[in-house]
Design a protein. Structure first.
Length: 509
């Protein structure tokens, strides 16, 4: 059996874990909202039409913020359509996804749903087909208590209390030619700075996210960040990163996706810090990784994509990827990458939440179930508490076409000095070999540690409507603790969590 050794240092934590790392994203896209979170005729629907079974699964997933209402959708969105009496709301074309938006669920309904699931609203404004004034109007409608036409309209619409939205995205993926209102970095940077200044004239404490690149493979990547931040550095708090991964037929390469995410994050940090140095600024810009996931985009392009100028369906089945065990292992490694950079990635949104590239799936009139990716997210959200610890890993490597030599094991560890809760997350990227890992947590002796692993003899196994519980986390009974060393066996292509609620002692080392 292959062997690896991991050392973590609880004395010099990297950074506290911001709960906002466990955010997700609900876009008006496909069956995310309609026939997803909202299905008024479903047997489990509550009086407002929201599926109670979905609400329970979202709570179990452990979601902090939820980004809304897009995505590409937001770049053609008229927010006024989504408020006011439902019977008077306009039906609109959604050019991003070639669908019809009924506006049956809008800001009021969505915020009511958010209070049922206990998550924080993160809003994106349309800087594609609209601009600063409409962003200001939405801000006033959302966050001003009363006394103006827009704030009083919100109260009249049924929400007397302001929504109090703190986090705002200044548009979406404005570097992408597919985006309605796509602009050059220079043009977008000026518009974003102007909009940010205006929004902060209303409330200087707003947390603003400027659009970074829609992927590290964009031809403008790097230069886009430099130019946009040069315009907006003093006005914003975050720059966004977006990344999606899929298996293009080279599974070894796919399993190394976390390496790509690490490099992406580190390049954006370097660019942001370059702008900081040039400006002589004392302020640091952090990353909002507000779209990340596995996405079989090739399938969307070939199979799902809707066309035809007279063909604009309501809530079509789009981006309904079925995730395998291998997908979930890569997904778990992306969470490890986010945690490893918790000092600068202080907000993230899994894209998305229900039905659309989602950890939760539903069938109209039928069941709701957890995809394979549900498990690493729920476990990490529940147990990655306190701070992330610096670690070093000694293990074998393998060769990949794009990333060169990649370690077979990736991992991160978290520790909460107050409650003692400790967790280690590990990925085995080998497709053939189990790996025995010895773990030295710098003197921590854990109280009754336990381990759960996601793996399967069939790495393509998945959960489906007819077999919703095929894949789940399994107890990993190979875990032992001797003195200050944990030892565990990681099966091939696997994601593992070791967790303990407390520590017995910290030995001097
Ligand atoms: O999450 C699906 C789409 O991916 C979003 O609408 C867009 O922002 C990104 O390209």
């Amino acid at each position: 059996m292959l062997r690896a050794h991991l050392t973590a240092n609880p004395r010099t934590p990297i950074a506290p874990i911001n709960r906002r790392l466990f955010g997700t994203f609900v876009e008006h896209l496909g069956r995310s909202v309609y026939d997803g979170i909202y299905e008024p005729h479903h047997p489990s629907a509550d009086p407002e039409g929201f599926r109670r079974d979905v609400i329970e699964l979202v709570k179990e997933l452990g979601v902090s913020t939820i980004r809304y209402p897009g995505g590409n959708f937001v770049s053609g969105f008229r927010w006024e359509d989504s408020v006011g009496p439902r019977e008077q709301r306009s039906q609109r074309l959604d050019l991003a996804w070639h669908s019809t938006e009924t506006n049956e669920v809008g800001l009021l309904e969505f915020s009511n749903w958010l209070s049922k699931v206990g998550s924080e609203l993160m809003l994106a404004v349309n800087l594609g087909t609209r601009g600063t004034q409409e962003a200001l109007d939405l801000l006033e409608y959302s966050n001003l208590r009363s006394g103006t036409t827009l704030s009083d309209q919100r109260a009249h619409d049924g929400h007397p209390e302001p929504y109090g939205v703190s986090m705002w995205c200044l548009g979406n993926e404005m570097d992408g030619p597919w985006q309605l209102g796509h602009r050059s970095a220079d043009d977008y940077g000026k518009l974003a700075a102007q909009t940010a200044r205006a929004m902060r004239a209303f409330d200087p404490s707003l947390e603003l996210v400027v659009c970074g690149s829609s992927s590290a493979s964009m031809p403008t990547f790097g230069e886009w960040e430099r130019v946009v931040l040069t315009h907006t550095y003093d006005e914003v708090d975050y720059i966004s990163c977006h990344a999606y991964y899929e298996d293009h037929g080279d599974t070894a390469e796919f399993l190394a996706s976390g390496v790509d995410m690490d490099r992406f994050i580190e390049s954006v940090i370097a660019t942001a810090d370059h702008v900081k140095a040039v400006r002589g600024s004392t302020k640091t810009i952090n990353i909002s990784f507000d779209e990340w996931n596995i996405w079989y985009n090739e399938r969307f392009e070939k199979v799902d994509k809707i066309q035809g100028s007279q063909n604009w369906p309501v809530a079509p089945r789009l981006l309904e990827d079925v995730y395998t065990v291998t997908d979930a292992v890569v997904f778990g490694s992306l969470l490890i990458s986010l945690l490893k950079h918790a000092d600068r990635v202080t907000s993230a949104s899994l894209a998305q939440l229900v039905n659309v590239i989602a950890p939760i799936m539903t069938e109209p009139g039928g069941g709701a179930w957890r995809q394979t990716t549900f498990f690493p997210f729920a476990a990490t959200s529940a147990h990655a508490i306190g701070s992330v610890l610096p670690i070093s890993i000694e293990c074998e490597t393998y060769d990949t076409r794009t990333f060169g030599s990649v370690p077979l094991v990736d991992a991160t560890a978290t520790h909460d000095t107050e409650g003692g809760s400790t967790a280690v997350y590990l990925v085995n990227r080998s497709q053939t070999d189990a790996i025995e890992v010895s773990i030295d947590l710098g003197g921590l002796v854990l109280r009754s540690p336990s381990a759960r692993t996601l793996s399967d003899t069939d790495p393509l196994a998945a959960n489906t409507l007819t077999d919703p519980n095929r894949v789940t986390l399994q107890a990993n009974s190979s875990l032992t603790q001797s003195h200050t060393t944990l030892t565990i066996v990681l099966p091939p292509i696997s994601w593992t969590e070791i967790h303990a609620h407390g520590i017995i002692e910290t030995k001097e080392i």
